[in-house]
Design a protein. Structure first.
Length: 407
């Protein structure tokens, strides 16, 4: 994805027009994308089989698309600037099995939504410029995704689309998190994956008009004869109930079959780096972090590891015994727990939310590699703490569950 490729495909007037609409997008971005999804599902209801309808209801999907469109408009003459975002979204698209022929459908409805929302502000010149710009953006995504499809289909044990996996074990890890051990129904090989990556599970739920696709981090180390996902049951407290998480917890049993995509995702542990490793998780954000922990003790037995997990209390603290066992067996690992609302008798190293002072007590210096994952509020708070700790930004790595939002 080179600067010249992008620049020569758009004339200067188009670039100028698109960049000039950035303030308008900033003001109306979410309204445009909400209208876009209304139109998209009205005109192509079959796409409800792909898009996460719970995130639609929570408003997270429109917000995520608005952010991506805004970034693309801002850097339309230098799309390589937003390459990390493009790679991240392309991984999700590959995992969801998004096809090149779906891009024109999205473009048509997005342009209509822009026109519909902005009214007279959306002049013919603006709409023409955006049509050209969308084609360039779509071409970039399609090219990156095609390379990913090729790579995943040519690796040992790899596949494209969905492959049937049998649930061989179902283990309750806490009051809200259950692990599912998955083995290929065809008894074939499993591909290698990077610790921190996820799979997409296709849920065909009785009584539901559409299939549901959800991405879950792999919570075990690579190199096993199974995949493992550890899923939090999302209850309907102040927001729509998690349709798929409840289906998995309440209806899926050992012996059942789930269609699964090959592992993907750009958030993963770099095992070539030997700086002290700090792994921080909040709630079910521990799943990719846990895979990293299990991997580093195998691959880098001399690398210092500081594993910090924040949870509400012991009732919802999953995989606790596994972590304790790893720490007992591996002198390189130091573990810390932080409970925000402990029950009477709960044992933790800290009570409340992670603070700068407590973090300084846990880790030796700011010259370390930090990976963290958790709920949005936890992530924002932690990033501000890490900023105060003066950890170089290139040594901080994180992932959101669900659509990306800026920290």
């Amino acid at each position: 994805m080179s600067h010249n490729e992008v620049k020569t495909s758009l004339d200067p007037k188009t670039i100028e027009t698109v960049k000039a609409t950035v303030p308008v997008l900033a003001e109306h971005g979410e309204a445009i994308t909400k209208r876009f999804y209304q139109l998209l599902f009205q005109n192509h209801p079959e796409l409800k089989n792909i898009f996460n309808q719970t995130n639609q209801k929570r408003g997270r999907q429109p917000r995520a698309l608005a952010n991506t469109v805004y970034a693309a408009a801002q850097h339309i003459d230098q799309l390589e600037v937003i390459e990390p975002v493009i790679i991240q979204v392309a991984h999700k698209h590959r995992s969801l099995n998004i096809k090149p022929e779906q891009y024109p459908i999205v473009g048509e409805n997005l342009l209509f939504a822009i026109k519909d929302t902005l009214g007279d502000q959306a002049t013919d010149d603006i709409m023409s410029a955006w049509e050209k710009a969308y084609k360039v953006i779509a071409e970039v995504f399609i090219k990156v995704e095609q390379e990913m499809y090729h790579e995943v289909s040519h690796q040992t044990g790899g596949w494209t689309g969905f492959r049937n996996f049998k649930v061989t074990r179902k283990v309750q890890e806490s009051d809200v998190i259950t692990s599912f051990y998955l083995k290929p129904e065809d008894h074939g090989l499993l591909p290698a994956f990077n610790p921190g990556q996820y799979i997409t599970v296709k849920a065909e739920i009785p009584g539901e008009p559409y299939t549901h696709l959800r991405q879950y981090s792999l919570s075990d180390a690579p190199g096993q004869d199974h995949f493992r996902i550890s899923v939090k049951r999302e209850d309907s407290v102040g927001h729509p109930e998690g349709v798929v998480s409840n289906f998995l917890h309440k209806q899926v049993e050992e012996g059942d079959v789930l269609p699964v995509s090959a592992p993907g995702g750009d958030f993963h542990l770099d095992t070539e780096n030997d700086k002290p490793l700090v792994l921080i998780s909040g709630g079910v954000g521990q799943t990719p972090i846990h895979s990293m922990l299990k991997t580093v003790v195998k691959k880098q037995p001399n690398r210092p590891v500081y594993y910090i997990h924040a949870a509400t209390n012991d009732d919802v603290h999953a995989l606790k015994q596994e972590v304790q066992h790893i720490a007992a067996e591996s002198s390189q690992v130091k573990t810390f727990t932080c409970y925000s609302q402990p029950n009477k008798g709960d044992q933790s190293d800290y009570v409340g939310y992670i603070t700068l002072d407590w973090l300084k007590e846990c880790i030796p210096s700011s010259d370390c590699e930090i990976y963290f994952c958790g709920p949005e509020g936890f992530m924002k708070h932690l990033k501000s703490v890490l900023y105060e700790l003066n950890v170089p930004s290139q040594q901080i790595h994180y992932e959101f569950f669900g659509p990306h939002v800026d920290l």
